[in-house]
Design a protein around this ligand. Structure first.
Ligand code: PLP
Length: 371
């Protein structure tokens, strides 16, 4: 069925790669054994899981034994952070980090919230100061590429000051994998990844680490060397593996090449929208736009009615549209209340961008005329 909409919300999830879907379907049919079973059916399924662990380990540069498959990045972030003895993070992070930090703070763990600059790029010296005086076992949690603004954080520099302070760095690299060079995100002591952002299946992600193993979140069987109880899904693993290989084969170039399309959108809305975030330090396929005089939920809905899928940056579990907490942290609640996120991807065509621009301008100008 041909889509009746134009999809400009790649940061929420990416259209599945047909080869990944095929691999997952084939594995679901052929390798349905329990990967933990010792018999032939189990061993076949385990081989699929093991191949994914090896691909992930190779991608990041860790030992394949230091790869945990999870249900996604939410679980990977939770696993990495729930047992922190002290935490340094910021309001720029995904809710799967922010909520954990709030939970830890409620339970008496020291949590330091980094100051968020207006351009959305964290300061390395702020991390250094935050770590001073924190107990041993502190963890710094930072996303390599912000999910709402596309801002690239100085991960390698943060890794350096974190290690000097004897702490560990956890990197949420969900929006960085396959989009920017691995050197920009792989220096963490632990790293969270998700399959569906790189066109693999949903419901699978990974936590990779160097040094100490994570503390398990779940009580149950001894799967994954006792670090994560529960039967593994070889079908999802097969799809994730194919998506990773696709991302490794030129993904960074394909995403970097989207800059002119993103710029075309931003140029078209000059005078109607403001662009949020540091222009020098961001990926090429995302723009965070504040449309003055609009509420983001109204604009998202108006665009949806006209066949354009974008987001406000944060879709809550009830499916309603919330103002962007990231832009609120950078530029205040008023600016956040009028913000939408437009994120494109490797399948986005110039013609689609021009069609979306025409619709966006029609809606923005109509509204401007009414005010
Ligand atoms: C930066 C970031 N971290 C974590 C997540 C959560 O990933 P998952 O949907 O796999 O749980 C997302 C998904 O939106 C994300 O963008």
């Amino acid at each position: 069925m041909a889509a009746s909409y134009l999809y400009f919300d790649w940061n929420a999830t990416a259209p599945p790669l047909p080869e990944a879907t095929d691999a997952a379907r084939d594995a679901a049919r052929s390798y349905w054994g329990n990967p933990s079973s010792v018999h032939a059916a189990g061993r076949e399924a385990w081989a699929v899981v093991e191949r994914l662990q090896q691909t992930l380990a190779q991608t990041v540069g860790v030992d394949p034994r230091d790869v945990l498959l999870t249900s996604g990045a939410t679980e990977a972030n939770n696993t990495a952070l729930r047992s922190a003895q002290a935490l340094v993070t910021s309001r720029l992070e995904h809710p799967s980090v922010v909520r954990v930090a709030e939970h830890l703070a409620k339970n008496g763990i020291a949590v330091v919230w980094l100051e968020v600059p207006a351009d959305g790029r964290l300061g390395v010296s702020a991390v250094r100061s935050a770590l001073a005086g924190l107990p041993a076992g502190a963890v710094v949690a930072v996303s390599a590429v912000n999910h709402e603004t596309g801002i690239i954080q100085p991960v390698a520099e943060i890794a350096e000051v974190t290690r000097r302070a004897g702490a560990r760095l956890h990197v949420d690299a969900v929006q960085a994998l396959g989009k920017v060079s691995v050197e920009l995100w792989a220096s963490g002591d632990s790293i969270a990844l998700a399959s569906h952002k790189i066109r693999g299946p949903k419901g699978i992600g990974a936590l990779l680490w160097r040094g100490a193993s994570p503390v398990p979140l779940l009580l149950g069987g001894d799967q994954q060397r006792g670090l994560r109880a529960g039967t593994l899904d070889a079908a999802a693993a097969a799809g994730f593996d194919v998506a990773l290989r696709h991302a490794a084969a030129g993904g960074i170039d394909r995403y970097a090449a989207l800059g002119p399309l993103r710029d075309r959108i931003e140029k078209a809305v000059v005078g109607l929208c403001q662009v949020n975030g540091s222009p020098q330090h961001r990926v090429a396929h995302v723009t965070s736009l504040s449309a003055m005089g609009w509420r983001s939920d109204e604009l998202v809905a108006a665009l949806d009615l006209a066949g354009i899928c974008v987001s406000s940056g944060s879709a809550c579990s009830a499916g309603s549209v919330q103002p962007s907490p990231v832009v609120a942290a950078m530029l205040g609640p008023e600016r956040a209340a009028s913000t939408i996120r437009v994120s494109i991807g490797e399948l986005t065509k110039l013609g689609e961008v021009d069609e979306a621009i025409a619709v966006l301008l029609r809606i923005l100008r109509r509204h401007a005329g009414l005010r």
